[in-house]
Design a protein around this ligand. Structure first.
Ligand SMILES: CC(C)(COP(=O)(O)OP(=O)(O)OC[C@H]1O[C@@H](n2cnc3c(N)ncnc32)[C@H](O)[C@@H]1OP(=O)(O)O)[C@@H](O)C(=O)NCCC(=O)NCCS
Length: 187
């Protein structure tokens, strides 16, 4: 398999990470608004280490959280892609789709556009049978992306994320799913 899958959409480039992405990625990971639905913002060192893990994942599996660039401007705006959650939950193992964009790039449809391309890759190139997505119950913007993509949510599958401290309002999570059949049957 191609270990450097480059994906394109009308407005975006989904590519492997570059050294120049580290500073803008650290900035968005330190932004309290971007990280509002996570237990904490990230330090630059943790942000850099995350990029290293993502890149190692691309080498190992041929997929991961792609760096997203606006094609017209060449500007790095965040990530959208696939990951394999490592905690324990009834719905795991599974492949998860996720997204995180810098605040100025919300409200342009970029996350949904990038994620549509990633789902196409997941089902058509990787041949996955299903992709899941999850977020804290409070994260309505992320759930709106899931709904636009055609994922569905069964409240019976809501769960407490083991890495979020007990008592935190961010601990309760929703689980959304989409099967390959549903993806291919979309209008
Ligand atoms: C989750 C997140 C990626 C969603 O971003 P978003 O901008 O709301 O979602 P999209 O990129 O799909 O954009 C959709 C919006 O762009 C608007 N839009 C503007 N131009 C558009 C265009 N050309 N095409 C499509 N939509 C467009 C849509 O109307 C919609 O607006 P609305 O939110 O007012 O309804 C973003 O909030 C984020 O990065 N959050 C922090 C990280 C995070 O929580 N990640 C998920 C954790 S699990």
């Amino acid at each position: 398999m191609d270990r450097s899958p480059l994906l394109t959409t009308d407005r975006l480039l989904l590519r492997r990470w570059q050294a120049a992405d580290l500073a803008p990625f650290a900035a968005l990971n330190a932004d309290p608004e971007v990280m509002a639905h996570f237990p904490a913002t990230m330090s630059p060192a943790d942000s850099d280490a995350l990029v290293e893990r993502i890149e190692a994942g691309f080498e190992e599996r041929g997929f991961g959280l792609w760096a997203v660039e606006v094609a017209d401007t060449g500007r790095f705006i965040g990530f959208t892609g696939l990951s394999v959650p490592r905690f324990e939950a009834p719905f795991l193992p599974a492949v998860e789709i996720g997204w995180r964009l810098a605040r100025p790039y919300w409200g342009h449809g970029y996350a949904t556009e990038a994620a549509r391309r990633v789902l196409g890759f997941a089902f058509d190139d990787l041949g996955l049978a299903e992709v899941v997505s999850f977020t804290s119950t409070t994260n309505l913007r992320s759930q709106a992306v899931m709904a636009r993509l055609g994922l569905t949510h069964d409240p019976a599958e809501d769960f407490d994320h083991p890495s979020v401290p007990e008592g935190s309002p961010l601990r309760r999570h929703v689980l959304w799913r989409i099967t390959a059949d549903r993806w291919h049957a979309r209008p």
